[in-house]
Design a protein around this ligand. Structure first.
Ligand code: GDP
Ligand code: MG
Length: 162
Protein backbone atom coordinates (compact mmCIF):
# COMPACT_ATOMS: atom_id res chain seq x y z
CA UNK A 1 0.00 0.00 0.00
CA UNK A 2 1.34 3.43 -0.95
CA UNK A 3 1.94 5.99 1.79
CA UNK A 4 -0.76 8.64 2.09
CA UNK A 5 -0.24 12.40 2.02
CA UNK A 6 -3.29 14.45 3.05
CA UNK A 7 -3.69 18.11 2.11
CA UNK A 8 -5.64 20.17 4.61
CA UNK A 9 -6.33 23.84 5.21
CA UNK A 10 -9.05 26.45 5.00
CA UNK A 11 -11.04 27.05 1.83
CA UNK A 12 -9.33 28.93 -0.96
CA UNK A 13 -5.75 28.57 0.29
CA UNK A 14 -4.90 26.60 -2.86
CA UNK A 15 -5.06 22.95 -1.77
CA UNK A 16 -6.51 21.65 -5.03
CA UNK A 17 -4.11 23.76 -7.08
CA UNK A 18 -1.26 22.22 -5.11
CA UNK A 19 -2.65 18.72 -5.67
CA UNK A 20 -2.75 19.34 -9.41
CA UNK A 21 0.81 20.63 -9.28
CA UNK A 22 1.93 17.50 -7.43
CA UNK A 23 0.12 15.27 -9.92
CA UNK A 24 1.37 17.21 -12.91
CA UNK A 25 -2.14 17.21 -14.31
CA UNK A 26 -5.39 19.06 -13.69
CA UNK A 27 -7.50 16.52 -11.91
CA UNK A 28 -8.44 18.15 -8.64
CA UNK A 29 -11.19 20.73 -8.90
CA UNK A 30 -9.99 24.28 -8.39
CA UNK A 31 -12.66 26.71 -7.35
CA UNK A 32 -12.52 30.46 -7.49
CA UNK A 33 -15.51 30.47 -5.21
CA UNK A 34 -16.04 27.66 -2.70
CA UNK A 35 -19.00 25.37 -3.18
CA UNK A 36 -17.85 21.98 -4.38
CA UNK A 37 -19.58 19.21 -2.49
CA UNK A 38 -17.06 16.39 -2.74
CA UNK A 39 -15.36 15.84 0.60
CA UNK A 40 -12.13 14.14 -0.25
CA UNK A 41 -10.57 12.69 -3.33
CA UNK A 42 -7.59 10.35 -3.60
CA UNK A 43 -5.06 10.45 -6.40
CA UNK A 44 -2.03 8.35 -7.27
CA UNK A 45 1.15 10.39 -7.50
CA UNK A 46 4.83 9.73 -8.17
CA UNK A 47 7.88 11.71 -7.16
CA UNK A 48 11.47 10.63 -7.76
CA UNK A 49 10.23 7.19 -8.73
CA UNK A 50 8.25 6.63 -5.55
CA UNK A 51 4.50 6.22 -5.53
CA UNK A 52 2.23 7.77 -2.96
CA UNK A 53 -1.42 8.67 -2.57
CA UNK A 54 -2.51 12.30 -2.33
CA UNK A 55 -5.76 13.12 -0.58
CA UNK A 56 -7.32 16.44 -1.50
CA UNK A 57 -9.82 17.68 1.04
CA UNK A 58 -12.52 20.28 0.67
CA UNK A 59 -16.13 20.01 -0.21
CA UNK A 60 -16.47 23.40 1.32
CA UNK A 61 -20.18 23.65 1.30
CA UNK A 62 -20.70 25.57 4.53
CA UNK A 63 -23.01 23.30 6.45
CA UNK A 64 -25.01 24.22 9.52
CA UNK A 65 -22.00 23.93 11.80
CA UNK A 66 -19.98 26.37 9.75
CA UNK A 67 -16.56 26.33 8.22
CA UNK A 68 -14.73 25.91 11.54
CA UNK A 69 -16.21 22.48 12.12
CA UNK A 70 -15.74 21.43 8.51
CA UNK A 71 -12.02 22.21 8.55
CA UNK A 72 -11.64 20.40 11.88
CA UNK A 73 -13.44 17.35 10.50
CA UNK A 74 -11.13 17.21 7.49
CA UNK A 75 -8.10 17.49 9.76
CA UNK A 76 -9.30 14.62 11.93
CA UNK A 77 -9.75 12.48 8.83
CA UNK A 78 -6.24 13.38 7.74
CA UNK A 79 -4.80 12.38 11.08
CA UNK A 80 -6.52 9.03 10.88
CA UNK A 81 -5.59 7.96 7.39
CA UNK A 82 -2.51 9.96 6.45
CA UNK A 83 1.13 9.08 6.92
CA UNK A 84 1.96 12.77 6.60
CA UNK A 85 -0.09 15.96 6.39
CA UNK A 86 0.46 19.10 4.38
CA UNK A 87 -1.08 21.96 6.29
CA UNK A 88 -1.63 24.71 3.74
CA UNK A 89 -2.11 28.39 4.55
CA UNK A 90 -2.31 31.43 2.32
CA UNK A 91 1.01 33.18 2.94
CA UNK A 92 -0.59 36.61 2.80
CA UNK A 93 -3.11 35.62 5.48
CA UNK A 94 -1.09 33.27 7.69
CA UNK A 95 -2.63 30.98 10.27
CA UNK A 96 -6.09 32.07 11.40
CA UNK A 97 -8.37 31.32 14.34
CA UNK A 98 -9.85 28.45 12.34
CA UNK A 99 -6.38 26.97 11.99
CA UNK A 100 -5.59 27.17 15.72
CA UNK A 101 -7.74 24.30 16.92
CA UNK A 102 -6.70 22.15 13.98
CA UNK A 103 -3.03 22.73 14.73
CA UNK A 104 -3.55 21.80 18.37
CA UNK A 105 -5.10 18.51 17.35
CA UNK A 106 -2.37 17.82 14.79
CA UNK A 107 0.34 18.48 17.37
CA UNK A 108 -1.28 16.02 19.76
CA UNK A 109 -1.51 13.39 17.04
CA UNK A 110 2.29 13.30 16.60
CA UNK A 111 1.77 12.74 12.87
CA UNK A 112 4.33 14.43 10.66
CA UNK A 113 2.94 17.79 9.59
CA UNK A 114 4.55 20.03 7.00
CA UNK A 115 3.51 23.69 6.98
CA UNK A 116 3.05 25.05 3.49
CA UNK A 117 2.80 28.79 2.83
CA UNK A 118 1.09 28.94 -0.54
CA UNK A 119 0.72 31.83 -2.99
CA UNK A 120 4.33 32.84 -2.61
CA UNK A 121 4.46 33.71 -6.30
CA UNK A 122 7.71 35.62 -6.11
CA UNK A 123 10.70 36.17 -3.89
CA UNK A 124 9.26 39.35 -2.36
CA UNK A 125 6.46 37.34 -0.74
CA UNK A 126 8.80 34.80 0.81
CA UNK A 127 9.18 36.79 4.03
CA UNK A 128 5.48 36.21 4.77
CA UNK A 129 6.09 32.53 5.37
CA UNK A 130 8.63 33.25 8.12
CA UNK A 131 5.76 33.97 10.51
CA UNK A 132 4.92 30.26 10.36
CA UNK A 133 8.10 29.35 12.17
CA UNK A 134 7.21 28.92 15.81
CA UNK A 135 3.91 27.17 15.24
CA UNK A 136 5.63 23.96 16.22
CA UNK A 137 5.79 22.19 12.87
CA UNK A 138 9.32 23.06 11.92
CA UNK A 139 10.41 24.70 8.72
CA UNK A 140 7.61 26.25 6.65
CA UNK A 141 7.77 25.66 2.90
CA UNK A 142 6.95 28.69 0.77
CA UNK A 143 5.43 27.61 -2.55
CA UNK A 144 3.39 28.86 -5.44
CA UNK A 145 1.05 26.06 -6.37
CA UNK A 146 -0.08 28.17 -9.28
CA UNK A 147 3.37 28.62 -10.83
CA UNK A 148 5.19 25.65 -9.32
CA UNK A 149 7.67 27.73 -7.39
CA UNK A 150 9.17 25.79 -4.44
CA UNK A 151 7.08 22.67 -5.06
CA UNK A 152 10.06 20.44 -5.97
CA UNK A 153 11.78 21.32 -2.68
CA UNK A 154 8.57 20.64 -0.83
CA UNK A 155 8.12 17.23 -2.49
CA UNK A 156 11.73 16.25 -1.77
CA UNK A 157 10.97 16.97 1.88
CA UNK A 158 7.67 15.10 1.72
CA UNK A 159 9.42 12.00 0.39
CA UNK A 160 11.92 12.16 3.26
CA UNK A 161 8.95 12.32 5.63
CA UNK A 162 6.68 9.61 4.17
P1 GDP B 1 -8.73 25.20 -2.17
O1 GDP B 1 -10.11 25.66 -1.83
O2 GDP B 1 -7.83 25.30 -0.97
O3 GDP B 1 -8.68 23.87 -2.83
O4 GDP B 1 -8.14 26.28 -3.20
P2 GDP B 1 -8.05 26.18 -4.81
O5 GDP B 1 -6.93 25.31 -5.23
O6 GDP B 1 -9.40 25.88 -5.35
O7 GDP B 1 -7.61 27.68 -5.16
C1 GDP B 1 -8.34 28.80 -4.73
C2 GDP B 1 -7.92 30.02 -5.53
O8 GDP B 1 -6.56 30.37 -5.21
C3 GDP B 1 -7.98 29.80 -7.04
O9 GDP B 1 -8.41 30.99 -7.65
C4 GDP B 1 -6.51 29.52 -7.40
O10 GDP B 1 -6.19 29.85 -8.73
C5 GDP B 1 -5.78 30.43 -6.41
N1 GDP B 1 -4.42 29.96 -6.12
C6 GDP B 1 -4.04 28.71 -5.78
N2 GDP B 1 -2.70 28.64 -5.63
C7 GDP B 1 -2.20 29.86 -5.88
C8 GDP B 1 -0.87 30.42 -5.90
O11 GDP B 1 0.13 29.76 -5.65
N3 GDP B 1 -0.76 31.75 -6.20
C9 GDP B 1 -1.86 32.51 -6.48
N4 GDP B 1 -1.64 33.81 -6.76
N5 GDP B 1 -3.12 32.01 -6.48
C10 GDP B 1 -3.30 30.71 -6.19
MG1 MG C 1 -10.17 22.48 -3.24
Amino acid sequence: LDPVLAIIGRPNVGKSTLVNRILGRREAVVEDTPGVTRDRVMYSATWNGRNFTVVDTGGWEHDARGIHARVAEQAEMAVELADAVLFVVDSAVGATATDEGVMKMLRKSKKPVIMVANKVDDFAQEADSATLWGLGFGEPYPVSALHGRGVADLLDHVMDTL
